[in-house]
Design a protein around this ligand. Structure first.
Ligand code: IPE
Ligand code: IPE
Ligand code: MG
Length: 252
């Protein structure tokens, strides 16, 4: 599919049907904390890694639903800076899963006009996997149907430290430093802040995700584990979002 399809107004019957049930106000940028893979597996008597694998199977459906619903940017939290502290076999397994997902899905993501990006620190990742990620980013850089930002070895505090270091390294004067400049130095750089942050599995915390960018996001906590999060669950999140009144500190 061509990037110009973004502007295409013709839709299939299925898409029409999907839109009908959608509110008018849809978030531009949705970010998801994909949590609960381990518990999903445990519930089924499976090893945790089986849960992580299952948590890649629903990605296609979610990406398609984003395009259909009119979401332009999706950021997914796949591996945190704190997740290095998990057992070695699990960390290794998660690295392999990222590699396999790229191998398995890249061609189709590209064909569907998805622009892949990464946020976080790639330098601690195995060089071969780094190469794979960078090649995928390069291949898809001109796509504009959906921006998929993958937070991998990402931590909100590490991101802020990284931004401060870059600001100092580039010799900015104190007077030049304002919120716009700091935002520019975040990994999300030129992207708008997330409008909606979803966390699956029922946990009510951010776990170091987008702590700068999420200052005025709306939050939605889905009760299901990530592998069970599907198009209908995403629709529910968007409906909740559409019913919120975003005030940004002002009075109506
Ligand atoms: C989220 O699932 C995926 C990662 C953190 C990599 P978890 O592995 O945190 O699953 P739970 O929270 O233990 O169920
Ligand atoms: C957050 O989930 C990280 C990802 C989803 C990648 P965690 O499962 O690591 O967070 P905590 O430990 O419950 O706070
Ligand atoms: Mg978890």
């Amino acid at each position: 599919m061509q990037a110009t399809d973004l502007m295409d107004t013709t839709t299939s019957e299925n898409e029409e049907e999907g839109r009908e049930q959608l509110p008018e106000r849809v978030p531009t940028h949705v970010a998801i904390i994909m949590d609960g893979n381990g518990r999903w597996a445990k519930q089924r008597g499976l090893p945790r890694l089986a849960g992580h694998r299952a948590g890649t199977e629903n990605l296609r459906e979610i990406l398609r639903a984003c395009v259909e619903f009119g979401i332009r940017i999706l950021t997914i939290y796949a591996f945190s800076t704190e997740n290095w502290g998990r057992p070695e076999a699990e960390v290794k397994g998660l690295m392999n899963i990222l590699k396999d997902v790229i191998d398995r899905e890249l061609a189709e993501l590209h064909a569907e006009g998805v622009q892949l990006r990464h946020i976080g620190d790639l330098s601690r990742i195995d060089p071969e996997l780094q190469r794979k990620v960078l090649d995928a980013i390069e291949l898809t850089k001109n796509n504009n149907r959906l921006i998929l930002n993958v937070a991998f070895n990402y931590g909100g505090r590490a991101e802020i430290v990284h931004a401060i270091r870059e600001i100092v390294r580039n010799g900015h004067k104190p007077e030049e430093i304002d919120e716009a400049l700091v935002s520019h130095y975040m990994y999300t750089g030129d992207l708008p802040d997330p409008d909606l942050i979803v966390r699956t599995s029922g946990e009510l915390r951010l776990s170091n995700f987008l702590i700068w960018q999420g200052a005025y996001a709306e939050y939605y906590f889905a009760p299901v584990y990530w592998p069970d999060f599907n198009k209908e669950e995403l629709r529910k999140a968007i409906i909740h979002y559409s019913q919120r009144e975003r005030r940004f500190g002002l009075v109506k």
